[in-house]
Design a protein around this ligand. Sequence first.
Ligand code: HEM
Ligand code: HEM
Length: 180
Amino acid sequence: MASTLYPPAAVARYNGVARTLHWAIALAILFNLFTGIFGESFEDVWASMPSHKATGLLILVLSIARIGWRLLWKRPDYPAGFSAFQRKVAAATHGTFYLLMLILPVTGWIFSSAGKYPLSFYGLFAIPKLPFTKGMAIVDAAHETHELLGYGFAALVVLHIAAAVYHQWVLKDGTLQRML
Ligand code: HEM
Ligand code: HEM
Protein backbone atom coordinates (compact mmCIF):
# COMPACT_ATOMS: atom_id res chain seq x y z
CA MET A 1 0.00 0.00 0.00
CA ALA A 2 1.22 3.50 -0.79
CA SER A 3 1.79 5.56 2.33
CA THR A 4 -0.93 8.04 3.18
CA LEU A 5 1.55 10.12 5.16
CA TYR A 6 3.17 12.91 3.22
CA PRO A 7 6.08 13.02 2.97
CA PRO A 8 6.26 9.30 3.69
CA ALA A 9 7.92 8.66 7.03
CA ALA A 10 10.66 6.33 5.91
CA VAL A 11 11.72 6.39 2.28
CA ALA A 12 14.57 4.12 1.16
CA ARG A 13 16.99 6.42 -0.67
CA TYR A 14 19.61 5.82 -3.31
CA ASN A 15 23.05 6.13 -1.71
CA GLY A 16 25.06 9.37 -1.85
CA VAL A 17 27.26 8.40 -4.78
CA ALA A 18 24.24 7.32 -6.85
CA ARG A 19 22.37 10.55 -6.02
CA THR A 20 25.35 12.80 -6.77
CA LEU A 21 26.02 11.06 -10.08
CA HIS A 22 22.31 11.13 -11.02
CA TRP A 23 22.03 14.90 -10.63
CA ALA A 24 25.45 15.76 -12.09
CA ILE A 25 24.70 13.64 -15.17
CA ALA A 26 21.12 14.94 -15.43
CA LEU A 27 22.36 18.56 -15.53
CA ALA A 28 25.03 17.72 -18.10
CA ILE A 29 22.52 15.85 -20.28
CA LEU A 30 20.00 18.68 -20.16
CA PHE A 31 22.81 21.00 -21.25
CA ASN A 32 23.72 18.70 -24.15
CA LEU A 33 20.15 18.18 -25.30
CA PHE A 34 19.64 21.95 -25.25
CA THR A 35 22.88 22.81 -27.09
CA GLY A 36 22.44 19.86 -29.50
CA ILE A 37 18.90 20.77 -30.50
CA PHE A 38 19.02 24.59 -30.31
CA GLY A 39 22.78 25.36 -30.56
CA GLU A 40 22.68 26.24 -34.23
CA SER A 41 20.01 28.91 -33.72
CA PHE A 42 22.25 30.98 -31.41
CA GLU A 43 25.57 30.06 -32.98
CA ASP A 44 26.37 33.72 -33.81
CA VAL A 45 26.10 34.69 -30.15
CA TRP A 46 27.61 31.56 -28.63
CA ALA A 47 29.27 28.72 -30.48
CA SER A 48 28.30 25.96 -28.04
CA MET A 49 29.61 22.92 -29.93
CA PRO A 50 33.04 22.74 -28.22
CA SER A 51 31.26 22.71 -24.82
CA HIS A 52 28.71 20.18 -26.15
CA LYS A 53 31.54 17.84 -27.13
CA ALA A 54 33.51 18.26 -23.88
CA THR A 55 30.36 17.84 -21.76
CA GLY A 56 29.36 14.80 -23.81
CA LEU A 57 32.66 13.11 -23.06
CA LEU A 58 32.37 14.07 -19.39
CA ILE A 59 28.95 12.34 -19.44
CA LEU A 60 30.60 9.24 -20.87
CA VAL A 61 33.16 9.07 -18.04
CA LEU A 62 30.57 9.78 -15.32
CA SER A 63 28.13 7.26 -16.84
CA ILE A 64 30.71 4.48 -16.83
CA ALA A 65 31.38 5.26 -13.15
CA ARG A 66 27.64 5.33 -12.47
CA ILE A 67 26.87 2.06 -14.20
CA GLY A 68 29.79 0.44 -12.37
CA TRP A 69 28.46 1.74 -9.06
CA ARG A 70 24.96 0.57 -9.94
CA LEU A 71 26.24 -2.95 -10.60
CA LEU A 72 28.07 -3.01 -7.28
CA TRP A 73 25.21 -1.67 -5.14
CA LYS A 74 21.63 -2.77 -4.98
CA ARG A 75 19.00 -0.17 -5.84
CA PRO A 76 16.67 0.51 -2.88
CA ASP A 77 13.53 -1.61 -3.22
CA TYR A 78 10.50 0.03 -4.80
CA PRO A 79 7.79 1.07 -2.35
CA ALA A 80 5.30 -1.76 -1.81
CA GLY A 81 2.56 0.24 -3.58
CA PHE A 82 4.32 0.06 -6.97
CA SER A 83 2.39 -2.12 -9.42
CA ALA A 84 4.08 -4.72 -11.63
CA PHE A 85 3.39 -2.44 -14.60
CA GLN A 86 5.06 0.57 -12.94
CA ARG A 87 8.09 -1.53 -12.09
CA LYS A 88 8.40 -2.73 -15.69
CA VAL A 89 8.08 0.76 -17.20
CA ALA A 90 10.62 2.17 -14.70
CA ALA A 91 13.10 -0.64 -15.34
CA ALA A 92 12.73 -0.31 -19.14
CA THR A 93 13.13 3.49 -19.08
CA HIS A 94 16.11 3.41 -16.73
CA GLY A 95 17.82 0.62 -18.68
CA THR A 96 17.34 2.57 -21.92
CA PHE A 97 18.81 5.67 -20.24
CA TYR A 98 21.97 3.81 -19.31
CA LEU A 99 22.33 2.58 -22.91
CA LEU A 100 21.77 6.07 -24.34
CA MET A 101 24.25 7.56 -21.85
CA LEU A 102 26.90 5.41 -23.53
CA ILE A 103 25.71 5.40 -27.17
CA LEU A 104 25.21 9.17 -27.51
CA PRO A 105 28.74 10.17 -26.41
CA VAL A 106 30.42 7.32 -28.32
CA THR A 107 28.63 8.08 -31.61
CA GLY A 108 29.36 11.82 -31.11
CA TRP A 109 33.01 11.05 -30.50
CA ILE A 110 33.19 8.83 -33.62
CA PHE A 111 31.77 11.31 -36.13
CA SER A 112 33.44 14.33 -34.52
CA SER A 113 36.79 12.54 -34.83
CA ALA A 114 36.29 12.68 -38.60
CA GLY A 115 35.55 16.43 -38.49
CA LYS A 116 38.05 19.25 -39.05
CA TYR A 117 37.91 20.70 -35.53
CA PRO A 118 40.24 19.52 -32.78
CA LEU A 119 38.58 18.06 -29.67
CA SER A 120 39.36 19.79 -26.41
CA PHE A 121 38.22 19.33 -22.82
CA TYR A 122 37.05 22.93 -22.17
CA GLY A 123 40.41 24.21 -23.45
CA LEU A 124 42.27 22.41 -20.64
CA PHE A 125 43.71 19.52 -22.63
CA ALA A 126 43.29 17.88 -26.02
CA ILE A 127 40.94 14.89 -26.33
CA PRO A 128 42.41 12.28 -28.69
CA LYS A 129 40.56 11.67 -31.93
CA LEU A 130 39.45 8.16 -32.78
CA PRO A 131 40.87 6.67 -36.01
CA PHE A 132 37.90 7.48 -38.26
CA THR A 133 37.90 9.72 -41.31
CA LYS A 134 35.28 11.35 -43.51
CA GLY A 135 33.62 9.00 -45.99
CA MET A 136 33.74 5.89 -43.76
CA ALA A 137 30.36 4.19 -43.43
CA ILE A 138 30.68 4.04 -39.64
CA VAL A 139 31.07 7.84 -39.48
CA ASP A 140 27.82 8.47 -41.35
CA ALA A 141 26.03 5.78 -39.32
CA ALA A 142 27.30 7.30 -36.07
CA HIS A 143 26.12 10.76 -37.16
CA GLU A 144 22.63 9.54 -38.04
CA THR A 145 22.35 7.45 -34.89
CA HIS A 146 23.43 10.46 -32.80
CA GLU A 147 20.70 12.65 -34.29
CA LEU A 148 17.93 10.06 -34.13
CA LEU A 149 18.70 8.80 -30.62
CA GLY A 150 19.35 12.38 -29.45
CA TYR A 151 15.69 13.21 -30.08
CA GLY A 152 14.61 9.89 -28.62
CA PHE A 153 16.62 10.72 -25.51
CA ALA A 154 14.91 14.11 -25.20
CA ALA A 155 11.48 12.44 -25.43
CA LEU A 156 12.42 9.91 -22.75
CA VAL A 157 13.69 12.66 -20.43
CA VAL A 158 10.32 14.41 -20.76
CA LEU A 159 8.59 11.13 -19.85
CA HIS A 160 10.95 10.59 -16.89
CA ILE A 161 10.35 14.10 -15.52
CA ALA A 162 6.59 13.68 -16.05
CA ALA A 163 6.77 10.43 -14.05
CA ALA A 164 8.69 12.19 -11.24
CA VAL A 165 6.09 14.98 -11.14
CA TYR A 166 3.22 12.44 -11.18
CA HIS A 167 4.74 10.47 -8.29
CA GLN A 168 5.46 13.65 -6.34
CA TRP A 169 2.19 15.54 -6.70
CA VAL A 170 -0.44 12.97 -7.70
CA LEU A 171 0.56 9.66 -6.11
CA LYS A 172 2.50 11.38 -3.29
CA ASP A 173 4.47 8.21 -2.70
CA GLY A 174 7.86 9.76 -1.93
CA THR A 175 9.58 8.56 -5.12
CA LEU A 176 11.38 11.88 -5.61
CA GLN A 177 12.77 11.68 -2.05
CA ARG A 178 14.52 8.46 -3.04
CA MET A 179 16.81 10.52 -5.28
CA LEU A 180 17.19 13.64 -3.04
C1 HEM B 1 25.03 12.24 -23.67
C2 HEM B 1 25.73 13.03 -24.47
C3 HEM B 1 25.18 13.71 -25.69
C4 HEM B 1 23.88 14.07 -25.98
C5 HEM B 1 22.62 13.86 -25.15
C6 HEM B 1 23.92 14.70 -27.30
C7 HEM B 1 22.80 15.18 -27.96
C8 HEM B 1 22.81 15.78 -29.20
C9 HEM B 1 21.65 16.22 -29.90
C10 HEM B 1 20.19 16.09 -29.42
C11 HEM B 1 22.07 16.77 -31.09
C12 HEM B 1 21.19 17.40 -32.16
C13 HEM B 1 20.96 16.48 -33.30
C14 HEM B 1 20.53 17.26 -34.54
O1 HEM B 1 19.61 18.07 -34.46
O2 HEM B 1 21.17 17.11 -35.57
C15 HEM B 1 23.50 16.68 -31.12
C16 HEM B 1 24.30 17.15 -32.14
C17 HEM B 1 25.68 17.06 -32.15
N1 HEM B 1 26.47 16.42 -31.23
FE1 HEM B 1 25.85 15.56 -29.52
N2 HEM B 1 25.21 14.72 -27.76
C18 HEM B 1 26.01 14.12 -26.80
C19 HEM B 1 27.38 13.92 -26.89
C20 HEM B 1 28.20 14.36 -27.92
C21 HEM B 1 29.64 14.15 -28.01
C22 HEM B 1 30.51 13.42 -26.96
C23 HEM B 1 30.07 14.74 -29.17
C24 HEM B 1 31.45 14.83 -29.75
C25 HEM B 1 32.58 14.59 -29.13
C26 HEM B 1 28.89 15.31 -29.81
C27 HEM B 1 28.91 16.02 -31.01
C28 HEM B 1 27.79 16.53 -31.63
C29 HEM B 1 27.85 17.32 -32.87
C30 HEM B 1 29.13 17.69 -33.64
C31 HEM B 1 26.53 17.63 -33.20
C32 HEM B 1 26.04 18.43 -34.41
C33 HEM B 1 25.66 17.47 -35.50
C34 HEM B 1 25.10 18.17 -36.70
O3 HEM B 1 24.52 19.24 -36.57
O4 HEM B 1 25.22 17.62 -37.79
N3 HEM B 1 27.77 15.06 -29.03
N4 HEM B 1 23.93 16.06 -29.96
C1 HEM C 1 17.86 14.72 -17.56
C2 HEM C 1 18.42 13.57 -17.50
C3 HEM C 1 18.11 12.46 -16.53
C4 HEM C 1 18.55 11.19 -16.69
C5 HEM C 1 19.40 10.66 -17.84
C6 HEM C 1 18.05 10.41 -15.58
C7 HEM C 1 18.30 9.06 -15.41
C8 HEM C 1 17.83 8.28 -14.37
C9 HEM C 1 18.09 6.87 -14.19
C10 HEM C 1 18.92 6.00 -15.15
C11 HEM C 1 17.48 6.47 -13.05
C12 HEM C 1 17.45 5.05 -12.47
C13 HEM C 1 18.40 4.88 -11.34
C14 HEM C 1 18.63 3.39 -11.09
O1 HEM C 1 17.76 2.72 -10.54
O2 HEM C 1 19.70 2.92 -11.46
C15 HEM C 1 16.82 7.63 -12.50
C16 HEM C 1 16.09 7.64 -11.33
C17 HEM C 1 15.36 8.73 -10.89
N1 HEM C 1 15.30 9.98 -11.47
FE1 HEM C 1 16.30 10.59 -13.09
N2 HEM C 1 17.31 11.21 -14.74
C18 HEM C 1 17.31 12.50 -15.28
C19 HEM C 1 16.68 13.61 -14.75
C20 HEM C 1 15.81 13.60 -13.68
C21 HEM C 1 15.03 14.72 -13.21
C22 HEM C 1 15.05 16.12 -13.81
C23 HEM C 1 14.28 14.27 -12.14
C24 HEM C 1 13.27 15.00 -11.28
C25 HEM C 1 12.47 15.92 -11.70
C26 HEM C 1 14.62 12.88 -11.94
C27 HEM C 1 14.11 12.08 -10.94
C28 HEM C 1 14.45 10.76 -10.70
C29 HEM C 1 13.94 9.97 -9.59
C30 HEM C 1 12.97 10.44 -8.52
C31 HEM C 1 14.52 8.70 -9.69
C32 HEM C 1 14.31 7.50 -8.75
C33 HEM C 1 13.36 6.52 -9.32
C34 HEM C 1 13.28 5.29 -8.42
O3 HEM C 1 13.03 5.45 -7.26
O4 HEM C 1 13.49 4.21 -8.90
N3 HEM C 1 15.54 12.49 -12.89
N4 HEM C 1 17.05 8.72 -13.33
